[in-house]
Design a protein around this ligand. Structure first.
Ligand code: PFF
Length: 456
């Protein structure tokens, strides 16, 4: 195997913060609460937690094992571990898919920049619920303001990635991830103390199994998938920066647990406020942007500064969470261009920036001037979101588990998992995890895939 001098994360804390930084993002704060609202509250959460361990964790470990074993970008990993085979297409696909995700993710990242600025300027104070909702509608459907914010967001992402793995990604995630937990706990404390919050809490803890349809189960699996950034090579690429003496099972479990804990905290920070404000919990993707600013200000009506402060804290949380995820997506392509195309880091980041910016431009305009463009009945933004989260991520995840479970030698997988047999406790877990990787995860992914195909 080719050996290169590559950067590595400095400690286990750094590894978990970077991987959790990728995992914790809009998926936790923006997507998780409205999916829970749509699919039956606590029943959905139970399936989500179970699948995070039984399905998502094995896929994450597959990517981690491949990444650290090859110490390479996604394409190089396939060329290292299965030279001259068609597996290189998986490597190439997973260079492309995070860039596609980043293009629309960055548009939503731009919305959070705008909402942070709006909160700081107290734009929501005294607006009624209709006005807040129409503010959102007119902002996203306008031509340039969302494009400018998308550009600002993407420039921040590029700046961090340009600084490198250790001085950029590691430093930023180590600094911001603990702060993120503090901010979401602050939000939660405020939210559950509101009059009428009890209903929201009950909604999250009392399961309604009658709403747990096949679609809801597939959605819960899809949520754990999206939330842990699986199937698109981000975990693989980050794992390639994990030192050989690090325990990847412990890092993987640490990441999955942090991600899940954050999603639950976000659920308890958002839902009680939603109920306290008398809003429908299944309000959909607009929940966070269309309704929360109104709720914060309604609640803070007697003390406008409090409503403003909470709103600012909330949108800082969303923005930082989106940034730590977005950098992981940009790093995948950057590592590929630097290692395979021998570009310097600046050139690589510039190329990816241009591609993602242009694709993001189309996504952003698809809410306004390009709303007439339909691809298979969807607008550009929705089409990309569906293509990536329902198909590319699941397809990539399936192939990564098949690669780790069936293509790699069992002895190599075990060797990575137990650091050459030196971590005794991992020897104990190996059989279970390997079974999940080989049989359970691929079967479950095929099920999600087929369900999504039928639903769409
Ligand atoms: N896990 C991120 C979130 O929950 O917001 C989304 C994500 C990040 C998806 C990185 C894919 C990815 F490669």
């Amino acid at each position: 195997m080719e050996q290169r001098t590559r950067e590595s994360f400095g400690s286990r804390f750094a590894v978990i913060m970077a991987m959790a930084g990728s995992a914790i993002g809009l998926g936790n704060i923006w997507r998780f609460p409205y999916m829970t609202g749509r699919y039956g509250g606590a029943a959905f959460i139970l399936v989500y937690v179970a699948t995070s361990f039984l399905l998502a964790l094995p896929i994450m470990l597959s990517e981690t094992i491949i990444g650290r074993r090859s110490r390479s970008n996604t394409f190089g990993a396939m060329e290292n571990l299965a030279p001259g085979t068609r597996w290189k297409w998986l490597g190439l696909l997973t260079v492309l898919s995070p860039m596609l995700i980043l293009s629309y993710y960055s548009v939503v990242g731009g919305w959070s920049v705008e909402y942070l600025l709006k909160s700081c300027m107290q734009d929501f104070v005294r607006a009624d619920s209709g006005e807040v909702a129409s503010m959102f509608g007119s902002f996203i459907s306008s031509a340039w303001p969302p494009v400018i914010m998308h550009t600002v967001f993407l420039l921040m992402v590029a700046g961090i990635v340009l600084a490198g793995v250790k001085s950029g990604i590691e430093r930023f995630t180590k600094l911001t991830m603990p702060v993120l937990f503090v901010l979401i706990v602050l939000m939660l404390v405020y939210s559950v103390s509101l009059p009428g919050a009890r209903k929201g809490i009950m909604y999250l803890v009392k399961p309604d199994f009658s709403r747990l349809t096949a679609e809801a189960v597939a959605a819960a699996m899809g949520q754990s998938f999206f939330s842990l950034s699986l199937g698109v090579g981000t975990m693989l690429t980050y794992a390639s920066y994990i030192r050989k003496d690090e325990n990847i099972f412990a890092s993987g479990v640490g990441t999955a647990v942090s991600d899940m804990a954050f999603a639950l905290l976000a659920g308890f920070a958002v839902m009680p406020a939603v109920f306290a404000g008398g809003i429908e919990p299944g309000a959909g993707p607009g929940l966070v942007f269309e309704t929360l600013p109104f709720i914060f200000n309604k609640i803070g009506a007697s003390m406008p500064w409090l409503g403003t402060a909470i709103s600012v804290i909330f949108f800082i949380t969303i923005l930082v969470a989106a940034l730590t995820s977005a950098i992981s997506m940009m790093e995948v392509g950057t590592a590929y261009l630097v290692e395979e195309k021998h570009m310097n880091r600046f050139g690589a980041v510039a190329v990816i920036f241009c591609f993602v910016w242009a694709a993001g431009l189309l996504c952003s305009l698809s809410f306004g001037p390009l709303s007439h463009v339909r691809i298979f009945g969807n607008g550009i933004f929705d089409f990309l979101d569906k293509l990536c989260s329902n198909f590319l991520m699941t397809f990539g995840g399936l192939l990564f588990t098949v690669f780790a479970g069936w293509k790699m030698k069992t002895s190599d997988v075990r060797d990575e998992f137990t650091n050459g047999g030196t971590i005794r406790s991992n020897e104990f877990w190996f059989k279970t995890v390997y079974f999940l990787i080989r049989y359970v995860a691929p079967a479950a992914i095929v099920m999600i895939f087929v369900t999504n195909l039928i639903i769409d």
